[in-house]
Design a protein around this ligand. Structure first.
Ligand code: URA
Length: 196
């Protein structure tokens, strides 16, 4: 087994918090294990819990569209969550659950060594950028932590609930595209004229 396989198989057997009791599947992560760009969401919903893959429901379809708008495919990035098991009834993950799960994300980040980390929504931004992060004010801004460029945009579920935020999210995505162009020589960005 390589390091990713070892990590995945350990993670799939995790009983580190009570979410293990109600999950169907651990949602480890998806995408390229050599990606330069990491997206981190909040936690699995019902579809993700059933399929064991992050962002496969309505929010996932919107995330795919957001990526496509800037010429990225999910196979060119890596997608993970702050917690790997579904919180019951899609409630916010508790701090104690995020803390219990943090080691898995840290180990994924250590293997990936992303150049860019994009937090999808408030929960990921508070965990990964700053505890008092304010998504409505600070989305689209760039921060550097341990040499990694970090930013946050609105969670796709928030954009589904409130489409008026979409123009701002689009600006954030364009800023991410510019940062990928600047820093990520291995990440292929489709030009708008390429067939999708
Ligand atoms: N919302 C998230 O935050 N993560 C998923 O994987 C799906 C929906």
């Amino acid at each position: 087994m390589n390091e990713w396989e070892t990590l995945r198989s350990e993670c799939l057997q995790c009983y580190g918090c009570s979410l293990a009791q109600t999950r169907t599947n651990v949602v480890f992560g998806d995408g390229s294990e050599t990606a330069e760009v990491l997206f981190v969401g909040e936690g699995p919903g019902q579809n993700e819990d059933e399929q064991g893959v992050p962002f496969v429901g309505n929010a996932g379809r919107l995330l795919d569209d957001m990526l496509e708008m800037i010429g990225l495919d999910r196979s060119a990035v890596y997608i993970a969550n702050t917690v790997k098991c579904r919180p019951p009834r899609n409630r916010d993950p508790l701090n104690v659950e995020i803390a219990a799960c943090r080691g898995w994300l840290d180990r994924q980040m250590a293997l990936l060594r992303p150049k860019i980390l994009v937090c999808l929504g408030r929960i990921a931004a508070k965990e990964l950028i700053r505890e008092d992060f304010r998504i409505t004010v600070e989305h689209g801004q760039w921060f550097v932590r341990d040499g990694v460029q970090m930013t946050a945009t609105f969670h796709p579920s928030a954009l589904l609930r409130d489409p008026s935020k979409r123009p701002e999210a689009f600006e954030d995505m364009k800023s991410i595209q510019a940062k990928v162009r600047e820093l990520c020589s291995r990440t292929a960005l489709r030009s708008p004229h390429d067939p999708v």
